[in-house]
Write a protein that binds this ligand. Structure first.
Ligand SMILES: C[S@@+](CC[C@H](N)C(=O)[O-])C[C@H]1O[C@@H](n2cnc3c(N)ncnc32)[C@H](O)[C@@H]1O
Length: 354
């Protein structure tokens, strides 16, 4: 298996490619990306046998910023007359799997293949079941990804649940709650799914915790915090959703988010103000280094050309501020499915001056 297939947001292929190239270099493994603008997929080819697998095992999927999902495998050409036989033969060359995921790139061309994928699902499952290749009860086994580029070409790959996204193509199936004041509510929910292991939600998103939401109106993010029974200070000059205010858990402060200071330290600071990433990262650095919050989620908007470099600079700036303040923290960025021209940054103080 010579390649890693990386799913990313359409238009962010060069960022996903640059990131993987840098990481492969740092691991001392030779490889190169192959992609085209708008493809929503990057191939990362490692010519030496075993290197692609080595690279996947060395990297922590959680730390990848622009890759939504990945798989290790190779490409396969198939004849539309019989696609099943060559797929079964290709699968037999790799490990047994617990799950079958049929995927495409996240593009219009990919969506156009939906009917074909629907038609292939049952016969593939049945053939893979007969050969005892699919073992649904063995969750420790990898997932099999069949990523269709067209009706005649697909990538046959594998990913391991403990080092990959939990959703096909890295796309979570989240629904906007009926009562939420805005669609942006999903951004915070997806960020929690990505950055906080599910078994820690009850301790890290606990009832009675306090939060500040900077740039809160109309209240999609505040709604998520209130839904976890937190007390929220919503900072925005714009109006907050009336029903959300009736919950009694929200104090609306009409002020500039950059000038607001909490009277007491809070558990969470979240911020969805649209601004230059350098300003957003400086704001995050201030909140963490002054001990105003323990955990934070903030968006870095990326309208500029050098987007990968910009994110790295922002992270370095926050890390410098943490080091200077003598704080130990986890710091990570991810381009979530709900993120457009932006990434979501998460920080959590693990050892500090409080
Ligand atoms: C993208 S919206 C936030 C949406 C919100 N997260 C939600 O889920 O409903 C950005 C908000 O930031 C606010 N904003 C912009 N600059 C601000 C500032 N300097 N201080 C506070 N709020 C600001 C705007 O008024 C706007 O309501």
């Amino acid at each position: 298996m010579q390649e890693l297939l990386l799913h990313c947001r359409p238009g962010f292929e060069s960022e996903a490619a640059a990131e993987m190239q840098e990481l492969a270099n740092a691991c001392g493994l030779a490889g190169y990306p192959v992609t085209r603008e708008g493809a929503a997929i990057v191939r990362f080819v490692c010519p030496a046998e075993g290197d692609a697998g080595r690279l996947m095992r060395k990297l922590d999927f959680q730390s990848l910023i622009f890759t939504r999902q990945w798989a290790l495998g190779d490409w396969l050409d198939v004849d539309p007359e019989d696609r099943i036989t060559p797929v079964i033969q290709a699968c037999a060359k790799g490990p047994l799997a617990s799950l079958l995921w049929l995927e495409t790139a996240d593009t219009n061309d990919g969506k156009a293949l939906a009917a074909l994928l629907k038609k292939l699902r049952k016969p593939l499952e049945s053939a893979l079941g007969k050969t005892r290749f699919l073992r649904p009860n063995k969750t420790e086994l990898p997932r099999l990804h069949l990523v269709f580029e067209s009706g005649e070409r697909l990538f046959v790959g594998w990913s391991w649940a403990n080092n990959a996204a939990p959703w096909p193509m890295g796309i979570p199936r989240l629904r906007v709650p009926r009562e939420a004041p805005s669609r942006s509510t999903l951004k915070l929910e997806e960020a929690w799914h990505h950055f906080i292991p599910r078994e820690q939600w009850d301790s890290r998103l606990a009832p009675g915790m306090t939060a500040v939401d900077l740039g809160a109106a109309p209240g999609g993010w505040t709604w998520q915090l209130v839904n976890r029974h937190m007390k929220v200070i919503a900072v925005d000059n714009g109006p907050m959703n009336r029903k959300l205010m009736e919950s009694g858990q929200v104090e609306h402060v009409q002020a500039d988010g950059y000038l607001f200071r909490p009277k007491r330290p809070v558990h969470w600071m979240v911020c969805d103000i649209v601004d230059k990433p350098a300003r957003s990262s400086a704001l995050l650095a201030t909140w963490l280094s002054r001990g105003w919050c323990r955990e934070a989620i903030i968006n870095f908007k990326l309208p500029m050309k050098r987007r990968y470099q910009e994110v790295m600079q922002c992270m370095a700036h926050v890390q410098d501020a943490l080091d200077e303040a003598g704080l130990e923290a986890t710091l990570a960025c991810k381009q979530l499915y709900t993120d457009r021209e932006e990434v979501t940054c998460h920080a959590r103080i693990v050892r500090g001056h409080r």
